[in-house]
Design a protein around this ligand. Structure first.
Ligand code: ZN
Length: 263
């Protein structure tokens, strides 16, 4: 079985099709998934989707693109939204200095609140980092020195150095369909250097459809192509990739129960 560690099921591109999309994912061997919060105001919609399926968990948090709309969000607010048992992570949150849709200071302030929420709840921190490796590395290291938490770099495309820093803190790195893209040698090189007990995979659907679906709408079922490519990069059998990434997912997301497992 595979677990898709990052899907955006409340995205308008999936409206009215979530039943079919989840059925297709399960038929492809993607047995469970974590659907991600982009804004606090999306929480009700995301909760409604997660509550319909035993195989769907959710996160709470605000994407750095929307940091300007979340300047008042405190770690207490995030922690209180995270008490429900289908919430297994904090985020996605972080720093995006590539698009910089919100000012950098706003992004850092909102990200700091998410780090505190991860520290307070013990839930993993789902991190979006784009062209902000230095600031990201220093914010994570400073916070980790105060109180430990579990960082996950999602849809990773950054430097080997930041990935190694996060692994050194006990964190994890997640790779998406980008590893199948022709021009992504640098990302594949980072994946090849990661310890096998710290690698997780995701689709980030509806974005970033892997080859051979590139350019079309991505779905969780497409995770098999990410797994196939990772098998090729690490020169390991596909079955081993499935066991490794699924095992790593459940080691990191401790609140998640394997489907069928009683609480
Ligand atoms: Zn992201």
């Amino acid at each position: 079985m595979l677990v898709d560690s990052h899907v955006n099921l409340h995205h308008e591109k999936f409206a009215g099709e979530v039943d079919r999309i989840i059925a297709d994912a399960r038929a492809a061997g993607v047995s469970a998934m974590l659907t991600i919060s982009d804004k606090i105001s999306s929480s009700d919609a995301i909760r409604a989707i997660a509550s319909r399926y035993e195989c769907v968990w959710r996160s709470v948090g605000a994407h750095p693109h929307y940091a300007s709309d979340h300047l008042d969000v405190t770690s207490q607010t995030l922690a209180s939204l995270a008490v429900e048992e289908d919430v297994i992570g904090i985020g996605e949150c972080g720093l995006d200095f590539h698009y910089e849709f919100s000012p950098r200071e706003a992004q850092q302030r909102v990200f700091a609140a998410h780090i505190e929420a991860a520290q307070a709840t013990g839930l993993p921190l789902i991190i979006h980092a784009r062209e902000a490796d230095d600031t990201m590395g220093s914010m994570l290291a400073a916070a980790m020195g105060k109180r430990p938490f579990a960082p996950l770099l999602h849809c990773y495309t950054g430097s080997l150095r930041l990935a190694e820093e996060v692994v050194g803190m006990g964190g994890y790195v997640s790779f998406s369909g980008i590893i199948t893209f022709k021009n992504a040698d640098a990302v594949r090189a980072v994946a090849a250097r990661m310890p096998h007990d710290r690698i997780i995979i995701e689709t980030d659907c509806p974005y970033l459809a892997p080859v051979p679906h590139r350019g079309r709408r991505c779905e969780p079922a497409h995770l098999v192509h990410v797994a196939d490519k990772l098998a090729e990069i690490l020169d390991r059998p596909r079955s081993e990739i499935d066991d490794m990434t699924t095992g790593n997912f459940f080691k990191l997301f401790k609140r998640a129960r394997r489907p069928g497992e009683n609480s």
